[in-house]
Each structure stands twice: as structure tokens, then as C-alpha cells.
Design a protein around this ligand. Structure first.
Ligand code: HEM
Length: 469
């Protein structure tokens, strides 16, 4: 009896159940946050997000250093990000920018400096945000990517089982069959949009599996993720924040239903599954997340956004890069054993998330520059991965590059990407199945590139397939 009592007293499920059953109105909370955001936007100019107007950006080599604005969301779309980052790496590797709508920040652009900073979470905090700007009021969800230890560690431990090697092994055949399904239906010899038909479709299938989300409604996950990463704070655009809140209500309603269903099943003695919500319900650190709804939504959104834009854009970026470097495509086709290395190289070349932001917790020095406590620093992974001090001919894709795995597209230290193995697995399977079926994946025109400071992604890329003889 003593054992039974002890188990019951540490088992968080009854408390969670009673909370859920007493109708924690998660969707209503999102609506309340929305109303708060609307009211703030009406009364305070400061609550509105800065908007950027697109103008042609000159080559980075010709811009005075003091005028370089790394927060311009058109740098990437106009192809000028490379010249700007190279200029900074060569002439001002830890560069203080005072102009720009997001306020002053440091840009850290060399590989070694980024690595040293990312490993040092005691001096460089990931709180409150990992983006240059700040999230709109009411949408400043709490996610462990923007938390420091110990809270970060508690929450990460609770969910990382979803991508643990054992789970990945179980998922491998499912992922392969889904990749095969999608590829077998592709039109041959006819133009189609690779982003929509392949990259988005495959990532939404994977996310639905991780969350055990209703499979037929899986595209909702991609749409929600797009709204999350399409926020004006990230794109400098004028996307409708109201739409994001509306999508938040849909997600909240679905999450609440999933949470209730799974907690009831576990309470009835069913073994918990290996999806995210079951894992959260089975861990004392996260079982009561329904009591902290913004944290719950935040962590689910983290998985959705973290797993979506990144993998999707590596799927598109790989095809694009291999078209730009046809000799490398030929090398890969001739020797498919190169696929795992090529996957790392594609992720380095693409670097789907351009940066992570940090705040200095104390006065410190980075790359010889004195940084003050409270300063904002941006670690430009997109620059570190193109640093000629670390990678030979860094702008080229080289499928058998010796140090491809040393890329920093997954970050480093306590926040190192939780889904890195899953992303690599997905991309490896995709390329294995592609090379089995097709002789060529021809990119027909320059892809459309998203407007963002943060996501290096594609919104459309027309391709044509040639079947393998
Ligand atoms: C964190 C990149 C795929 C989930 C991160 C970070 C980066 C990143 C740069 C922050 C690292 C840091 O601050 O040091 C990527 C890239 C991917 C990818 C390039 C694909 C090519 C995924 C997938 C998932 C995922 C598939 C979901 C299963 C996460 C999570 C975090 C994270 C949960 C937060 C980790 C923490 O704060 O401890 N990712 N990611 N990512 N990623 Fe990924």
C-alpha cells in the first residue's frame, strides 16, 4: 500500500486529468491573447511590428560598414546575403549595427566565434527570443529553444524521446513508405512545383506522425508553421497577425482534444504511445503543461516549426544545389554511397535557419570585441557555414566534402537541434528513393525565395523529372 500511495502521489496524471476535465479553455486563452494583442496594437505604436519596403540592395562590398543592415529581410531574396556576410567576416567579424528597426545588435559571422558562443550558455542566454525582433504581444509563446537551463533541460528531456534512436528506427520504414508513395505519383516529363508536391507534403506527413495528428488534416500543420515563421517579426512583411491567432485557435482546439484523448487512454491503462503528447503526459516535468497553456502551445509549435521549414527547405535546396553543380549530381548518381555525406553537405550549403539570437548575461569579449551585459548578439550560421577559414570553396556544393559534417546548421551546445537525426534520416531516404527512380530532376527556372531574415527557404520551384531507364 505504501508503494501504491507513493506512486499515486508522484503520478501527475490525475491532477492533469482533473484540470483538463474542469475545461481548461485553451482555445479561449488564445482568443484572449488575440484580443490583448489587438488592443495593444490600437493604443500603442510600439506594439506594431516594423515593416520593410523592398528596395534594390547593393553589393555588400560597396556599402559603408556602418550602413550594413543584416536585419533587412530582402538580403537573401535578392542574393546579397553572401556579399554582406563575406564583407563582415573579412573586415568586421563581430560587427555592431546601430541602425535598423529592431534596435542595435551584434552580428557574429566567423565559424569559430559562433561555435564558441553557442557552446557557452552560461554567458549567452537564449532568452527571451531567438529572433532579431520580438514576438507580437500575446504570441510570445514559451518554447524551450528560448529558455536557459535548468528549465530548458527539463523540457527538452521530456520530449526528446520522440526522436530517440529507438523511435527513429521504428519510424524508418514508415518514412520510407511515405516517401515512396509520394514519389511514385509524381508526373514524369511535366513541370510541377517541387516545394508543394514533394517538400511540403513529406514534411507534413512526418509531423503528423510525430504528433499523432489526424492524418487527413496534416496540411494544417504546415499552414500553421508557415504562419508562425511568416510573422512580421521574422519576415519584416505585413502578414496578418490576426490570421496567425485564428490558426492558433485551431491548433489549440486540436491539441486539447488530443491531450484529453491520450490522457484518458493512459488513465485507462493503455500503454503510452511514442508520439509527442503521450511523451509529455508521461513525464512529470511536462505532464502538467496544460496548466501552463502558452508553454504547451509554444513547445508544440517549436516542434512543428522546427521540423517543418528546415527539413522542407533542405529537400528543395538539395535539388536546387545539385542543379547548380551538375558535376556533383553526376558524382552522386554514380556513387549513391555518398548520400549520407551529401545530405550533410546539402544542409551546410542551404543552412535553412540563418541565425539564432543570444543576450550577453555579463560583460564579455567575443572575437576581440567588448560586449556589454544585456547586448543582443546574432550568430549567423549562414555565414559560419560559408566561412572560407573553415571550408574550402564554401559557396560550392561538394557531395564528398571531407568536413561536411562539421557544419553548424544544427547549432551547437545545449540547444543543438533536437531533430537533427530525424532530418538527416528523412533526407537520406528521400535521396535514396530519388536516385532509384529518376535520371534527372531538372530545375526549370530560378526558384521563388521567401522573404525572411531567419528562414532561408523557397516558396516555389518548378521542376521536370526524367525517369531512370
Ligand atoms: C533547434 C536547425 C530539423 C526540432 C534547432 C536549432 C537549429 C536547428 C539551428 C537551434 C540550435 C542552437 O540554438 O544551437 C535545424 C535544421 C533542421 C532541423 C537545419 C533540418 C535540416 C528539425 C526537426 C525537428 C527539430 C526535424 C523536429 C523533430 C528542433 C527543436 C529545437 C531545435 C525542438 C530546440 C532544441 C533546444 O533548444 O534544445 N534546430 N533543425 N529540428 N530543432 Fe531543429
Amino acid at each position: 500500500n505504501r508503494v501504491k500511495n507513493t506512486v499515486e502521489s508522484v503520478n501527475p496524471l490525475p491532477a492533469v486529468r482533473s484540470k483538463v476535465e474542469s475545461n481548461v479553455p485553451l482555445p479561449l486563452l488564445v482568443r484572449a491573447a488575440h484580443a490583448y494583442n489587438r488592443a495593444l496594437r490600437t493604443v500603442s505604436k510600439g506594439a506594431r511590428q516594423p515593416k520593410f519596403v523592398e528596395k534594390p540592395i547593393p553589393d555588400g562590398a560597396t556599402v559603408p560598414l556602418a550602413d550594413i543592415d543584416m536585419s533587412n529581410p530582402f538580403l537573401y531574396r535578392q542574393g546579397q546575403w553572401l556579399s554582406h556576410l563575406k564583407r563582415l567576416r573579412d573586415e568586421s567579424p563581430v560587427h555592431y549595427q546601430t541602425k535598423g528597426p529592431f534596435g542595435p545588435f551584434w552580428s557574429v559571422t566567423r565559424y569559430e566565434d559562433i561555435l564558441a558562443m553557442d557552446k557557452n550558455h552560461t554567458v549567452f542566454s537564449a532568452e527571451p527570443y531567438i529572433i532579431i525582433g520580438k514576438m507580437p504581444a500575446g504570441l510570445d509563446l514559451r518554447m524551450f529553444i528560448a529558455m536557459d537551463p535548468p528549465k530548458h533541460d527539463e523540457q527538452r528531456v521530456a520530449v526528446q524521446g520522440v526522436v530517440a534512436p529507438k523511435n527513429l528506427k521504428e519510424m524508418e520504414s514508415l518514412i520510407r513508405s511515405r516517401v515512396q508513395e509520394v514519389l511514385d505519383e509524381l508526373p514524369i516529363g511535366e513541370p510541377f512545383d517541387w516545394v508543394d508536391v514533394v517538400s511540403k507534403e513529406l514534411t507534413s506527413r512526418m509531423l503528423a506522425t510525430l504528433l499523432d495528428y489526424p492524418y487527413d488534416e496534416r496540411r494544417e500543420l504546415t499552414e500553421m508553421s508557415d504562419l508562425g515563421s511568416g510573422l512580421p517579426a521574422i519576415t519584416g512583411g505585413d502578414t496578418d497577425v490576426d490570421e496567425t491567432f485564428d490558426a492558433g485557435v485551431v491548433l489549440a482546439t486540436k491539441v486539447l482534444a488530443l491531450w484529453k484523448d491520450k490522457s484518458a487512454r493512459i488513465a485507462a491503462g493503455e500503454a503510452p504511445g511514442f508520439d509527442l503528447i503521450s511523451l509529455m503526459l508521461s513525464d512529470p516535468n511536462t505532464a502538467n503543461l496544460m496548466d501552463r497553456p502558452m508553454e504547451l502551445i509554444g513547445n508544440l509549435m517549436l516542434l512543428v516549426i522546427g521540423g517543418n521549414d528546415t527539413t522542407r527547405n533542405s529537400m528543395t535546396g538539395g535539388v536546387y544545389a545539385l542543379n547548380k553543380f551538375p558535376d556533383q549530381f553526376a558524382k552522386l548518381k554514380a556513387d549513391p554511397k555518398l548520400i549520407p555525406n551529401a545530405v550533410s553537405e546539402i544542409i551546410r550549403w542551404q543552412t535553412p535557419l540563418a541565425y539564432m539570437a543570444r543576450r550577453a548575461k555579463e560583460n564579455t569579449v567575443v572575437g576581440g570585441q567588448h560586449i556589454r551585459k544585456g547586448d543582443k548578439l546574432i550568430m549567423w550560421y549562414s555565414s559560419g557555414n560559408r566561412d572560407e577559414r573553415h571550408f574550402d570553396n564554401p559557396d560550392e556544393l561538394v557531395v564528398d566534402r571531407k568536413n561536411a559534417r562539421n557544419h553548424i546548421a544544427f547549432g551547437f551546445g545545449v540547444h543543438r537541434c533536437m531533430g537533427n537525426r530525424l532530418a538527416e534520416l528523412q533526407l537520406r531516404i528521400l535521396w535514396e528513393e530519388l536516385l532509384e527512380r529518376f535520371d534527372d530532376i531538372e530545375v526549370l527556372e530560378e526558384p521563388e525565395i521567401v522573404q525572411s531574415t531567419f528562414v532561408r527557404g523557397y516558396s516555389k520551384m518548378m521542376v521536370k523529372l526524367t525517369k531512370k531507364q
